[in-house]
Design a protein around this ligand. Structure first.
Ligand code: MTE
Ligand code: MO
Length: 376
């Protein structure tokens, strides 16, 4: 089968689907390091992992509504100068299983670990587009291009055997401050096969679906990508819309992700004796380059709250990276730990998942709750 040449993977990963391979680390591992080790970084695929290991043969085509269509080798891309960006990638389906517990949704069942924070090394997309004649900060090309489509080489059934693709607005791609990268390194190593070898887009602050792996070409388009994942998926509907009355064209494609948080430890599997001192730990992040302003934690089901300590974001200005946090507290199980956060634009998380339930189970960013039981 087409899945017989998959790369080796860390045995600690929790596999949510084998073909295509979709897996996340145990959530407890996530809060242990600011930079997520590559073997533990969640893997989200829609088809078999392509084999593109011959770097000499690799070409990236940049075409469409721009002055100078170009084809670049990996060496040419690398010669444009390497930049390093610390950015979290998060799948729009992160925490989907909590949403499906309320009422069934369609999609891979993800726990709270479809997110990771890595050091990405590559060439800024704005610099590459400049080579093709698109000026930095441009909102539109002279020939009317307003969107940048990333096209992969992997094949997926949603595209009827065609390649995975997605787009971002042109301005996001041309604006150097957005730090969109064509990455060939992850955590200081060449990009591994699972994460897009030899070249992928990394679009900081935006749902993972737009960070296309195994890049084949970049097309400058007048309208956004017409592919499945841009038009018929990854959109946010209200709770009263279901499969019998969904009108996909009525909603925008998701770009920036909302403010999000999870408790990584303790988990509901840890039974804790009443009166114990525990360290509650987790991650928090927001989209669009908005940092985390505050993390609130309750260990008594919301009766009382305390502010958690936000840990330093080593080696980065922190706009695109998550914030790890911790709080020591005395717990008295049975009890519920609740955590929620606020970003610098004062965006808050919804208290109840009911209010944001949607048929595809995307963007569940409701308050995070962990039920803790005493030992039996
Ligand atoms: N790119 C390609 N070519 N094929 C894919 O299936 N999945 C997307 C995105 N890029 C995907 C892709 C989704 S939905 C997410 S969340 C991220 O890749 C996951 O990236 P990762 O596997 O490196 O964590
Ligand atoms: Mo995703």
């Amino acid at each position: 089968t087409s899945y017989d040449k998959e790369p080796p993977r860390d045995p600690s990963l929790i596999i949510n689907s084998k073909t295509p391979f979709n897996a996340e680390p145990p959530v407890g591992a996530l809060a242990q390091s600011f930079i997520t080790p590559t073997p533990h970084f969640y893997k989200r695929n829609h088809g078999p992992i392509p084999i593109l290991e011959n770097e000499e043969e690799y070409r990236l085509t940049i075409d469409g509504l721009l002055p100078h269509p170009i084809k670049l080798t990996l060496a040419q891309l690398k010669s444009l100068g390497k930049e390093v960006v610390v950015a979290s990638l998060m799948c729009a389906g992160n925490r989907r299983t909590e949403m499906s517990r309320l009422k069934a949704v369609r999609g891979v069942g993800w726990g709270p670990a479809a997110v990771g924070n890595a050091v990405w090394g590559g060439v800024p997309l704005s610099r590459v587009l400049q080579l093709a004649g698109v000026s930095q900060g441009a909102w539109e090309t002279h020939s009317g291009g307003r969107h940048v489509e990333f096209v992969s080489v992997d094949r997926c059934k949603e595209e009827k055997g065609g390649p995975y693709r997605a787009s971002i607005p042109l301005h996001m791609a041309t604006c150097p401050d957005q730090e969109v990268l064509l990455a060939y390194e992850m955590n200081g190593e060449p990009l591994p096969r699972d994460h897009g070898c030899p070249l992928r887009a990394v679009v900081p602050g935006v749902i993972g679906a737009r960070s296309v792996k195994w890049l084949d070409r970049i097309n400058i388009l007048a309208d956004e990508c017409q592919g499945f994942f841009q038009q018929l998926d990854y959109k946010m509907f209200p709770p009263w819309v279901d499969w019998d009355n969904v009108n996909w064209s009525s909603r925008s494609s998701i770009q920036d992700f909302p403010v999000q948080l999870a408790v990584c430890s303790p988990t509901s599997k840890d039974s804790i004796a009443p009166g114990s001192k525990v360290t509650v730990k987790g991650y928090a992040l927001s989209g669009g380059g908005r940092k985390i302003e505050r993390v609130d934690v309750s260990v008594d089901g919301g009766a009382t709250w305390a502010e958690a300590q936000r840990l330093p974001q080593e080696g980065t200005h922190g706009r695109w990276a998550w914030t790890l946090w911790s709080l020591s507290a005395i717990v008295n199980p049975p009890c519920q730990i609740i955590a929620k956060c606020v970003d610098v634009a004062s965006n808050t998380q919804p208290e109840r998942v009911e209010t944001i339930w949607n048929l595809r189970g995307v963007l569940n960013n409701s308050w995070f709750r962990v039920d803790i039981e005493p030992p039996k």
